[in-house]
Ligand binder design. Structure first.
Ligand SMILES: Nc1ncnc2c1ncn2[C@@H]1O[C@H](COP(=O)(O)OP(=O)(O)OP(=O)(O)O)[C@@H](O)[C@H]1O
Ligand SMILES: [Mg+2]
Length: 264
């Protein structure tokens, strides 16, 4: 058996506000292999972002541990890049400068021309190089999200953490960006954990879909392995029995086992 790349081991998380304790995550254990694409799905407020932030090193565990390639995750680091739902770009910097900020930090020892190549490569990967001199206020939501992804990719992280990366986008932009992320993943074989509320998105992009139970004290309810070869083409998938079955399994989990209240 291959040694896990990322190991989340018996993680519990309790938030404390004054004397009030909230158990958010209970006994979460998950191993992820190098190059895997994992989706985390579960109802709003169940603790998905908390789990992602724990892997990012932004939130400490209450008990349990996270290890990445045998080293303990205790604080944020460039080996774990996060893309947040609300594209966290600096508004006073251009698209190019937003990516440069990350590149200069992570690749500080490299020459200016090598760093410039890195920035351009990342921008080209998500097809945003044409807008490199624009500021975030001058580009669309989908374009901002591309910049966030370019910035994360430019760091060449061991693991890419995506918190509802396409959540704020219209359906067409979303589909286009999903296809691009799928292509990038196919080319770079990077390891990804992505939070989503979208069942189709989870099945389309993932090797495995990890389903969290409702909070409080959410835990992993089911893990679905998506047995569909890459590259996947959305129009061909919709008629494939294994796709339909996978989709059904996730929907069933969300609706039946968890009394789904409202589709996001
Ligand atoms: N810093 C904090 N202090 C106290 N409670 C918190 C904190 N961060 C999150 N929580 C609580 O933990 C629970 C899980 O929040 P989290 O943001 O992880 O959910 P989520 O599954 O990502 O939800 P959504 O799908 O709406 O983004 C919520 O009840 C939230 O109020
Ligand atoms: Mg969240």
């Amino acid at each position: 058996m291959q040694k896990p790349y990322l190991e989340i081991s018996h993680v519990n998380k309790t938030f404390q506000r004054g004397s009030m304790l909230t158990d958010v995550l209970r006994d979460i254990s998950l191993t992820v292999q190098k190059g895997e694409y994992i989706s985390l799905i579960g109802h709003s407020g169940c603790g998905k972002s908390t789990l992602l932030n724990i892997v990012a090193g932004l939130t400490p565990v209450t008990s349990g541990a996270v290890t990445l390639e045998n080293s303990h995750v205790e604080r944020p680091g460039p080996d774990r890049a996060v893309v947040f739902q609300n594209h966290s770009l600096l508004p006073w910097l251009t698209v190019y400068e937003n990516v440069k900020l990350a590149v200069d930090k992570v690749w500080a020892r490299e020459s200016a021309s090598v760093r410039k190549d890195r920035i351009m490569r990342a921008l080209e990967m998500v097809q945003i190089a044409h807008a490199m001199d624009k500021r975030p206020g001058e580009i669309s939501g989908g374009m901002k999200q591309r910049v966030g992804i370019a910035r994360a990719l430019s760091m060449e992280p061991k693991i890419l953490l995506l918190d509802e990366p396409f959540g704020a986008l219209d359906a067409l932009t979303r589909a286009h960006l999903q296809d691009q992320v799928m292509q990038i993943h196919h080319a770079l074989k990077n390891t990804v954990i992505m939070i989503t509320h979208d069942v189709d998105e989870a099945v389309l992009l993932s090797d495995r879909v990890v389903m969290l139970t409702n909070g409080p004290a959410a835990t992993i309810g089911e893990i679905l392995k998506v047995d569909l070869p890459f590259p996947r083409r959305r129009l061909e998938l919709v008629t494939q029995p294994s796709y339909i079955k996978a989709r059904e399994a996730v929907l069933k989990f969300l609706y039946e086992r968890n009394k789904f209240v409202e589709a996001a």
